[in-house]
Design a protein around this ligand. Structure first.
Ligand code: UDP
Ligand code: MG
Length: 337
């Protein structure tokens, strides 16, 4: 019986395309300088996995340089290459969403194009997936070549996010992860337009594991994020996965009102007993400025959430694909067979 079924399988597979075990998703924005080196390093690692059927998805996120042309020159030595050209720059979160939507693998790994997510870790991630993990979170031990201000703010931000968010978002884990097919399918079902991928990838849950690694410096080119973009991404992370900041604003309001009430009693009684000499300019200014600041912040916070509702109700697609090219793998095994 066993023999027959395994024979049937092999006959089947010669007619049908072999299932893809792994999709490697790489979002690239203005990475013309970086891509050939990245592809070379990635191919070296894939050469050590000759028995895996792998596809690489390169997503050109509306680059202004030669990224798209460079992509088309990349050789498909050890994996099929899928090239996806978005119609403009939609941002990394949208580009990764496109990658997950189009990935055909039983698992997928998201990699940055700048070699900050070392491809050498792919075999270990695959092994962890084979042991039953659904999400392999790659946790950064050391961030090499980043300013201490960025390190500190990232450290504080990940902790704040973990405190505030309703989903357990693993600390110091970027977008570098492996996801299993069932997690990818759940993520594809999430309809939201504000796509904070670190939260979205944590949301489905399932079996989560962590591998730690030292994050190297960007190999060439420079970071694509400005300080303001990082702050926006950070805010998006918090507001997409928690309404707790709104509740904090409410509690702050209650606290301030209660203290104001006690203070007004104090002022009233003092005026009754001691009269009311005009004084207290500094304290008045202090209270006024502080309250004004808190109020503006609370309104701004409300605005963040209202803005998010606004983008969600418009229901616009997260990205648009302009071109889609495919290069079959030139694997030795496939060519001879
Ligand atoms: N990226 C993208 N779209 C953007 C900005 C960045 O696809 O609008 C890609 C970029 O090409 C790289 C990855 O996202 O592959 C990470 O970007 P970067 O290295 O600049 O971020 P950092 O490592 O500094 O956080
Ligand atoms: Mg980088």
């Amino acid at each position: 019986m066993q023999l027959v079924s395994s024979q049937a399988k092999s006959i089947n597979s010669s007619f049908k395309a072999e299932p893809i075990t792994l999709s490697i998703i790489v979002a690239a924005y203005n990475e013309a300088e970086m891509l050939p080196l990245f592809h070379y390093e990635l191919s070296k690692v894939l050469a050590t996995l000759p028995n895996e059927n792998i596809e690489i998805l390169y997503i050109n996120d509306g680059s202004e340089d030669q990224t798209w042309q460079v992509m088309q020159q990349l050789p498909a030595h050890h994996a099929t290459i899928e090239l996806i050209n978005l119609s403009r720059n939609f941002g990394k979160e949208a580009a990764m969403t496109a990658g997950l939507d189009l990935a055909k693998g039983q698992s997928a790994i998201l990699l940055d194009a700048d070699l900050q997510d070392p491809p050498e870790l792919i075999p270990q991630m695959l092994a962890t997936w084979r042991e039953g993990a659904d999400v392999v979170n790659m946790k950064r031990k050391e961030r090499l070549g980043e300013s201490s201000l960025k390190k500190l703010s990232a450290h504080l931000y990940y902790r704040l996010l973990a405190q505030l968010s309703d989903v357990k978002i693993e600390k110091d884990v970027g977008d570098f992860r492996l996801l299993s097919r069932r997690v990818i399918d759940e993520i594809k079902n999430l309809p939201e337009r504000n796509r904070y991928m670190k939260g979205i990838m944590a949301w489905p849950g399932f079996k989560q594991t962590v591998i730690t690694f030292d994050r190297p410096e960007r190999a060439a080119g420079e970071t694509k994020w400005s300080f303001i973009q990082l702050v926006q991404l950070g805010l998006s992370g918090i507001t997409s996965f928690s309404v707790r900041p709104l509740r904090i604003a409410t509690w702050l309001g209650i606290l301030v009102s209660a203290s104001a009430f006690i203070f007004s009693l104090f002022v009233f009684i003092k005026a009754l007993l001691l009269g009311d000499p005009v004084a207290g300019y500094p304290s008045l200014m202090l209270v006024q400025l502080w309250l004004g600041g808190v109020q503006l912040m609370a309104i701004g916070l409300l605005g963040e959430y209202v803005g998010r509702i606004f983008t969600e109700t418009k229901q616009r697609p997260v990205y648009l694909v302009m071109e889609n090219l495919s290069k079959k793998a030139q694997k030795a095994g496939i060519m001879h067979g």
